[in-house]
Design a protein. Structure first.
Lengths: 309, 176, 436
């Protein structure tokens, strides 16, 4: 592993498999009566969150605690960013207290890269702007693997707001590295320019993407996109791109349905699908802890020198 | 590279240990084997099989990975983290007499870690230690209850245990 | 006091010169140009080594000197020092200062500062509209009288087509060009990078090339309608170049400029070597290879009139932030000449003469300012270039108050030996060591 986890882009397929394999061992710890190992005893992990996040922050915090790290949460309100100190100054102040790792969530793409250049601490990207959300993609892959051990050759459909989704970017990078066939679908106003050059197939219609899919991954639609004029109404969005029971029947019989959360029922996904037998949405949450434990553990080791490989 | 135990010797040694375990354990239904990853695990399975052949009773076998409990884990500044193996103990260890199994007993630090790990699964009645080879040089006050072979070594030597399940052959050798 | 520069290669395309000439300077004027001039009584003779070349003073028609109001980024003094180190004898400075250069008072203030600095000549560019707000036209006649050579709302396009039309019509009174920062605000949105694969991968909001070309098409059409002169600033998109070519072919009064970063760099620079380097963030953004290549082609085939740097200094603190929060812009005065030699002249894309047209002749012609040639009686504004000088760009050593350049550490062939403004040597490169 490199010093930091800034994105899936930095990981080789072997490193991804290493994380997934380690996560399997970590998952077992969560099933023990005492869900704690002493691995990161004496290590300090700072969770630096510039965007509100319940799920990701809680997941990281539980992962850190299960590994016995000392954790510290810093939530910076968006309003104070505008008048307060710069990200670089905040980072240097935290750095002065010698943490071992900093988990960062930030609204600006590349914020973690900036911190990586400033800090000696290991930086773990917990979501930067529209760029990447690597631990989400890793937990998604881990969840898929539990149902379909070999990711190579699987057809994975990802549907929703492709333009503003860091989950999409990380998942596309990860899934294509592991040989899955990725189909993406969403309103043409929400398809990033050039995405097909990342090795995915862009389907204008959700039906085409979902047809015979092994995995269907839905992305969250944010209300404010409607005001941005990307599509006329949530109702029309659901009509055209919502994952309904009729649409999920186009997929393979053993399809699994995923969602990174938080879900908008009736906007991107029908409740019957979200709560249906193929839904693994809650497994994703459970797996998030194990995958983040694996990432924390693997990053806590020494840095492999690039020449040594 | 002198071979100190060949496949035959390993088999006979394990059989002897199994007999000793049966002799010394009052109620065989109270005991359970826990092998330390990696080579302690196949050794534990073999011992359980031998015990069944002697007594007709199948005793439970678990696998324990101690990587996350190692005391040297975060000390080296270079190099990747060791691979974490699977821990798999599907039975309750409460009030069991646990036989902890490993291939080589050396500094004792692995056993220390294993004890810490194991005690988080419950409160066994007792824990005893079974090793195929004891090569000496203890750094902690730890002693094996069942030893296949005491092997005096120097610090510069290393003891390699090969088992069919992991390495394709049974053999113990000393390397300089 | 007379000085005779002897034995140099002189490249002076406006006078059809490219050869060995002597130049006699009398005070602040060019007295005589010719082969084997004899030094008269009391004339200082300076022999120019054969590896140096004398050209008319270079003119950068698009710089931001930041004064008044943003002196932490740059001042007229530091900006003009940066200019002469970069070989420029004159710069035209943009009006987006604080306050905006929309009245004679600000123009005079800038000129006063320039006179105090005694380095490069400064030609202020006035605002088209009061406060650059795109509503009411500024007093362009008064700006002209105060010393402005052009008008622009740079930083933004002229807000409405109607105001752009009026400005193009009204400036005909003064024969001033309207310089347009072409960008459709709605298409640009909150974009920070060229809309394409790189921005998609980095999760940066995109600005399509069409945001530029659509506005350029508007302004070229209005130039045709009005007969006014429009100059398209810092062109970056291939579609814009096409629009300019079409406009020129139809006889519109349109000229255009390209900045070195747009004919050298691409948006790949945002991803590597330093991901999200804010010194790769400028507006218009670095575009994709096809655009970069189109800019080069435009320079080669003559469609591009001017190379201008869009020198946009920003303080380190302002750039040392998240990519989307950093201001747009990079410095350019001190890297331009080296980049042009290394990327245009040495690879054989253009001749030395063509380079001087782009950096001197055409800016002088478009702005209707003196210079652009070495002519007897004209002000002695000369640049002495060292085409084969090996230069390693060192941001820390730059004279500009700001160091925001993406070219730091680049090794380039071609540089500046000395800069002479009004007969006075305002810069002599210590590495070359020409005593002049």
């Amino acid at each position: 592993m490199k010093k930091d986890l800034l994105g899936i882009d930095d990981l080789s397929a072997d490193e991804i498999y290493r994380v997934l394999e380690t996560a399997r061992a970590m998952r077992e710890i969560g099933e023990r009566p005492i869900k704690k190992v002493p691995t990161l005893r004496g290590k300090t992990v700072v969770n630096l969150f510039y965007e509100p996040s319940t799920r990701t922050r809680t997941s990281f915090e539980i992962a850190e605690k299960r590994l016995s790290a000392d954790t510290l949460n810093i939530a910076v309100a968006a309003s104070s960013v505008l008048k307060g100190e710069t990200l670089a100054d905040t980072a240097m102040n935290i750095e002065a207290m010698s943490p071992d790792m900093i988990v960062v969530r930030h609204a600006s793409s590349g914020a973690c890269h900036l911190l990586s250049r400033i800090c000696r601490s290991r930086i773990i990207n917990a979501g930067d702007g529209l760029h990447e959300h690597p631990t989400q993609a890793l937990l998604d892959a881990f969840t898929i693997q539990q149902h379909k051990p070999d990711l190579a050759g699987l057809k994975v459909a990802i549907v929703g707001d492709l333009l503003h989704s860091r989950v999409l970017r990380s998942n596309v990078l990860l899934l294509t590295k592991l040989g899955a066939r990725v189909f993406v679908s969403g309103p043409p106003t929400l398809v990033p320019r050039g995405i097909e050059q990342l090795g995915v197939t862009v389907s204008a219609r959700i039906e085409e993407a979902v047809q015979d899919a092994d995995v269907v991954m839905m992305l969250r639609i944010q209300q404010e996109r409607m005001q941005g004029g990307f599509f006329p109404s949530l109702r029309e969005y659901f009509t055209l791109f919502g994952l309904t029971e009729a649409r999920i029947r186009l997929a393979k019989p053993d399809v699994i349905v995923m969602h990174p959360g938080p879900m908008n029922r009736g906007v991107e996904i029908a409740s019957e699908v979200a709560d249906g037998p193929y839904s693994v949405i809650l497994e994703q949450v459970a797996n998030g802890v194990a995958v983040r434990m694996a990432v924390l553990y693997l990053l806590a080791g020494g840095v492999e020198h690039e020449t040594a490989a | 590279m002198p071979v100190v135990l060949d496949a035959g010797r390993i088999g006979r040694t394990l059989t002897r240990i199994a007999h000793e375990i049966v002799e010394r354990s009052r109620g065989i239904d109270e005991i359970a084997f826990v092998g330390i990853q990696r080579r302690g695990v196949p050794l534990a399975r073999r011992l359980a099989t031998l015990v069944r052949e002697i007594t007709g009773t199948q005793v439970p076998v678990g696998a324990l990975d101690i990587t996350l409990y190692r005391d040297d884990l975060m000390r080296h500044s270079i190099g990747a983290q060791p691979v974490v193996g699977q821990t798999n103990i599907t039975f309750s260890i409460d009030d069991k007499r646990i036989l902890l199994v490993d291939d080589v007993l050396y500094t004792g630090r692995t056993i220390r870690a294993a004890l810490d790990a194991l005690l988080e699964f419950g409160r066994p009645k007792s824990i005893q230690l079974v090793v195929l080879v004891d090569r000496g040089h203890r750094e902690l006050p730890i002693k094996a209850d069942y030893v296949g072979k005491n092997l005096p070594t120097s610090l510069s030597q290393s003891v390699q245990v090969h088992l069919v399940e992991v390495d394709g052959e049974d053999e113990v050798e000393i390397q300089e | 006091m007379k000085r005779l520069l002897k034995g140099a290669r002189v490249v002076d395309p406006a006078n059809g010169r490219d050869g060995l000439y002597d130049i006699l300077i009398d005070g602040d004027r060019i007295a005589q140009v010719g082969a084997n001039l004899q030094a008269g009584e009391g004339t200082e003779v300076v022999s120019i080594p054969s590896n140096l070349v004398i050209t008319p003073g270079l003119i950068d028609m698009h710089v931001h000197l930041r004064e008044p109001g943003q002196e932490h980024k740059e001042t007229v003094a530091t900006g003009t020092l940066s200019a002469v180190v970069g070989g420029f004898t004159a710069v035209a400075c943009m009006p987006n200062t604080s306050p905006v250069n929309d009245n004679a008072g600000v123009t005079q203030y800038i000129l006063k500062k320039a006179a105090e600095a005694k380095l490069a000549r400064v030609y202020p560019i006035g605002a088209v509209s009061i406060g650059q707000k795109g509503e009411q036209m500024a007093e362009l006649g008064e700006l002209k009288d105060a010393g402005c050579v052009a008008v622009t709302d740079d930083g933004h396009p002229i807000r409405t087509a109607l105001l752009a039309r009026r400005a193009l019509e009204y400036t005909k009174l003064f024969d001033m060009p309207v310089i347009e920062h072409c960008e459709d605000p709605s298409l640009k949105g909150d974009g920070v990078a060229h809309e394409g694969l790189v921005a998609s991968k980095l999760g940066l909001r995109g600005i399509p090339g069409e945001a530029e070309s659509i506005m350029a098409q508007r302004d070229i059409a209005l130039a045709e309608l009005t007969g006014g002169r429009v100059h398209i600033a810092h062109m970056s998109a291939r579609q814009t170049l096409d629009a300019v070519r079409v406009g020129k072919a139809r006889g519109a009064n349109v000229t255009c400029e390209v900045a070195p970063h747009h004919f050298i760099l691409t948006d790949e620079m945002l991803a590597a070597p330093v991901p999200y380097d804010t010194n790769t963030k400028m507006n218009p953004p670095l575009r994709e290879t096809a655009d970069r290549d189109a800019m080069l082609q435009g320079i080669v085939d003559g469609s591009v009139d001017v190379i201008a740097t869009d020198h946009a200094p920003h303080h380190y603190d302002e750039k040392h932030v998240e990519f989307d929060r950093a201001p747009f812009g990079i410095t350019g005065l001190e890297t331009c000449v080296s980049l042009c030699f290394d990327r245009l002249v040495h690879p054989g894309l253009i001749t030395f003469s063509r380079l001087i047209e782009l950096l001197s002749v055409n800016p002088a012609r478009i702005l209707r300012v003196p210079g652009g040639s070495i002519t007897e009686g004209a002000p002695a504004d000369l640049t002495i270039l060292a085409p084969d000088l090996l230069v390693k760009v060192d941001a820390k050593a730059m004279k500009s108050r700001s160091k925001n350049t993406p070219f730091d550490g680049w090794e380039l062939r071609g540089g500046v030996a000395a800069t002479i403004v009004g007969g006075r040597t305002v810069y002599s490169n210590p590495v070359v060591g020409l005593s002049i």
